[in-house]
Design a protein around this ligand. Structure first.
Ligand SMILES: Cc1cc2nc3c(=O)[nH]c(=O)nc-3n(C[C@H](O)[C@H](O)[C@H](O)COP(=O)(O)OP(=O)(O)OC[C@H]3O[C@@H](n4cnc5c(N)ncnc54)[C@H](O)[C@@H]3O)c2cc1C
Length: 372
């Protein structure tokens, strides 16, 4: 049998390895459009590769039940140990002991090479058609395959390879999808933030969707010249992208360690300027004075500083795409329901999770589940 995998990213390379391990006499070919595979993996986790999570909370994925059905049973420690990558955790976040994405890339490619997997680079899928076999058409030629895996990613960080081209091909083949939106990215707010550009605060972030609270998470928020960033904001942006058509307001509790009564008492026993000095970075105080025109309004904003969502920073700044091919288009092993022996894995499917190893977990687990 000849197996072709489109995309030499996280899911494509792991699918190739797992397939070949389970079917050693079959030919496995990976077609990758960039000059080298696994470019995005190299950038992951700030170059350290947060490759998994020891305590996955499935409810944080969209389509949580489907995600669970694929990931359940996948053991990142076991898989990575099998390619000579030992892992360690910081809290729940799993990294290679080397703390280097380069070592993960090398181990994956060594393993692929030792198994005899072919990887063709600088070759791009253009189309495919189903005949007796599956005809795979690239910018360089044609191949016949018995099984075809789509592992081309979606649209986030297109410089790292995922340019949406595979999604377009699948749409032409009548696959249903949810229009991808940038997730895990900074966001623009309607309110100006230039005065606090570069300031970081520990805050509790609440997300309101059409005036209803839908998420609360604490973390570090980084003010940008035109909006907000930081991991907690990245996660917030993904949730917004899941229902981008709705209205979203983000509220920051700038002083989560102090309750309102305590702050009120402090305020009443000090001059307002002293009160602000005691609790806030002076640049934030100046920002609040500029934005609000009464002491009461400034006081209220300390535990409820509101920003109206304007737009995301776009796919260039996004770590994962929200949306993709509907999970109802594939079966429990990720084979297409309408095209036999065609599989769709990784980010291409409508599954995304928050920061913390969730998205690589999905990419690797979907690769393994589909190649049993
Ligand atoms: C900066 C950054 C940091 C990240 N850090 C983390 C992290 O620490 N932990 C985590 O869990 N997740 C992280 N992610 C998310 C994670 O990397 C992705 O979810 C994951 O790589 C998706 O895997 P994939 O195989 O589906 O797609 P990709 O890794 O995007 O791979 C798709 C591959 O297909 C190729 N391709 C596309 N179209 C074609 C075509 N037409 N023909 C041939 N080849 C094609 C692309 O060139 C690419 O190599 C990060 C993402 C970014 C951008």
């Amino acid at each position: 049998m000849k197996i072709i995998i489109i995309g030499g990213g996280a899911s494509g390379i792991v699918a190739a390895i797992n397939y070949k391990r389970n079917h050693s006499s079959d030919d496995v070919l990976v077609i990758e459009q960039l000059v080298s595979p696994l470019k995005k993996l190299l950038a992951s986790g700030n170059g350290k590769c947060n490759l998994g999570n020891s305590n996955i909370n499935y409810s944080l994925y969209n389509n949580p039940e489907f995600a669970k059905s694929i990931i359940d049973g996948y053991d990142y420690k076991k898989f990575f140990s099998s390619i000579s990558i030992e892992t360690k955790t910081y809290g729940d976040l799993a990294y290679p002991v080397s703390e280097s994405a380069v070592s993960v890339k090398e181990a994956l490619l060594n393993s692929a090479k030792n198994l005899g997997i072919s990887i063709k680079t600088e070759e791009k899928l253009v189309d495919y058609s189903l005949k007796d076999k599956i005809e795979v058409i690239t910018n360089k030629g044609k191949y016949l395959a018995d099984k075809l895996y789509f592992a081309g990613g979606l649209k986030s960080s297109p410089k790292l390879g995922s340019d949406g081209s595979v999604l377009d091909i699948l749409i032409n083949h009548n696959y249903k999808m949810k229009n991808p939106q940038p997730g895990l990215s900074p966001l623009f707010t309607k309110e100006k933030t230039k005065l606090v550009d570069g300031i970081r605060v520990k805050a509790v972030v609440s997300l309101f969707e059409n005036n209803k609270l839908i998420h609360k998470e604490d973390g570090e928020v980084l003010f940008k010249e035109h909006g907000l960033s930081g991991i907690v904001i990245f996660n917030t942006m993904s949730l917004i992208s899941r229902s981008i058509e709705k209205d979203h307001v983000i509220s920051l509790d700038l002083l989560p360690d102090f309750d309102e009564k305590y702050l009120e008492k402090y305020r009443n026993s000090h001059k307002f300027s002293e009160f602000l000095l005691a609790f806030l970075n002076p640049k934030i105080s100046s920002y609040l004075k500029d934005r609000f025109n009464s002491e009461d309004a400034i006081f209220k904003s300390l535990k409820d500083l509101r920003f109206t969502f304007d737009k995301s920073y776009g796919f260039d700044f996004s770590q994962v795409s929200v949306g993709g091919i509907l999970v109802s288009e594939v079966d429990e092993n990720l084979m297409s329901k309408k095209e036999k022996n065609v599989y769709i894995i990784g980010e291409l499917l409508d599954i995304d999770g928050p920061c913390g190893g969730y998205n690589l977990t999905w990419a690797f687990a979907s690769a393994i589940k589909s190649t049993k």
